[in-house]
Each structure stands twice: as structure tokens, then as C-alpha cells.
Design a protein around this ligand. Sequence first.
Ligand SMILES: Nc1ncnc2c1ncn2[C@@H]1O[C@H](COP(=O)(O)OP(=O)(O)OP(=O)(O)O)[C@@H](O)[C@H]1O
Length: 285
Amino acid sequence: MTTETTTTPAAAPAAGTPLLEARDVVMRFGGLTAVGGVDLTVNTGEIIGLIGPNGAGKTTFFNCLTGLYVPTEGQVRYQGQLLPPTPHKVTQAGMARTFQNIRLFHNMTVLENVLVGRHTRTKEGIVSAILRGPGYRREEAESRAKALELLEFVGLADKRDMLARNLPYGEQRKLEIARAMASEPGLLLLDEPTAGMNPQETRATEELVFAIRDRGMAVLVIEHDMRFIFNLCDRVAVLVQGKKLVEGDAQTVQSDERVIAAYLGTPMDGAEAGTESTTSTEENQ
Ligand SMILES: Nc1ncnc2c1ncn2[C@@H]1O[C@H](COP(=O)(O)OP(=O)(O)OP(=O)(O)O)[C@@H](O)[C@H]1O
């Protein structure tokens, strides 16, 4: 029995067509303009970076894209449709995200965490679940197979029965990515995926993001690790004080005088730029 409706993901659009279109997005908190009229397009097959100093408005912009905040002004479209107003509906529409501060269910197993990520893709309702009808059991088996495949993909299959809280930090970040991928998004938004990782884990995450793109998902990523961003991204947008300062390929952004002055310092003079902490615990994440 089906007791709730789910949004069927739209057929995958052709490569290079607009997936996410944010136009003139403004987010004000009282007198503070955290995001001041930002445009951004992400096309299918792209990996796009969003960088900028602490407090530039990156996470707030992400929150506007993913239904956590309703922008004060502006429009966000996904595959041409206006963004639904809640995170759950945004996920159903085809965008999934991870958080700067890891948000796992710490007392659930690794596998259960990924299964939770499947809920926007399952149709069987609560009555079917209680009765454990054939539709429910079939869907449960499919979800389990999908979750296991994703754990294999991110390299956590052998830890499927561990409690999430017992995973090392870097693996918790991978698990968050697997959980977000479980909703089969067309666009994955990653908020500081390498925060707290050692250089080896960071390089592995770079490979993981390329592999995610190869599976047909576009990626929008916030990160302070410039080496990671410039190795990975097709285009990079730089936010400073809520405004987009520059957008372009790695070469363009790295050599832009304004970006160097506002954020980078000497180009590529270290792994991280313009940040005091990559593991900030601000309330809005
Ligand atoms: N819920 C909120 N209420 C009031 N002010 C907020 C809220 N969320 C964010 N801000 C403010 O908006 C500005 C942008 O913050 P935001 O966290 O989006 O920046 P960021 O670029 O993601 O920074 P970081 O790199 O440190 O994560 C900051 O001045 C912040 O204090």
C-alpha cells in the first residue's frame, strides 16, 4: 500500500545543461546581509567550488539552496523548477547535501545511516511497513542492496555493522557522503568535506568526488583547502562579504588580484586560505 507520495526524479538531463540556477539570492538576518545577491549556475557533469573567507556567506548560501532557509530575495531553480520550501522536498527533487558539522545518527550502524538516506526514494508507507507486506519487503531489499553498494563505493563496506560514532572522523565524513548519495541526487552539495582530515584523507576525498561525478552527479563544494579546490573544480566562485567577487576556472581565480588580496594571499602559498578554523561550530550549519 502506498500511503505517501514521492517525487519521481526527473530523467537525467543531457550533459552540460543547467541543473541548479540561483538568481540574485539575498539572505538577511535582521540588519545583517549574509548573502547579498548571488547568482550561480551548476550544470550537469560539473564540479563547482565555492570559496571565501570565514563569514563570507558560503554556508548561508548553501542553506538557501537546500531549503533550510527561504531566501529573503531571489530565486533558486533545480532542473527549471522553483525550489521547494523544505529540505525534505529539496532532497526529493534531486539535491542532497552534507554538513560542515557532521550530522550522523551516532547510535545507529553505518549501514542504518545510509538506509535513512534512502527514505526519500521509498514509496511504501507506514501501514505497509507495519504489516511487512511484499511491496515493503521488496523495497527494503532494494534499499539494502543500494546502501551496501554505496558503502562499497566510499570504502566502508567492511564497517557496515559498526556504530557510526565509533568511526574515525574522516570515515564519518565519507559516511555522510554515502548517506547523501543514497537519495540518488542529481546534485550533491558538500560543505567542507575535508575539514579535520589529514592530507592523505584529503587526497582520497578528491578521488572520491571525481568518482561521484563519474557516476553522473554534479557536485557543488565549499572548502577552505585550496589545493583540493583547484585540483578538483571546473569552476570556482569566490564569495566575499556575501557577494560574488569572481567566478572562473582555477587559473582565472588564482591569478585574480582581488581574490589574492581578499582571500588567498600569495597564490597556493599553503593548503588553506583565509580561515581561522575549518571546523567551526556555528549555529547555522
Ligand atoms: N542564523 C543566523 N543568524 C544571524 N546571523 C547569521 C546566521 N547564520 C549566519 N549568520 C551570519 O552570516 C554571515 C555569513 O555566515 P556563514 O556561516 O554563511 O559564512 P561562511 O562563509 O560559511 O563562513 P565559514 O567559512 O566560517 O563557515 C556571518 O556574519 C554569520 O555570523
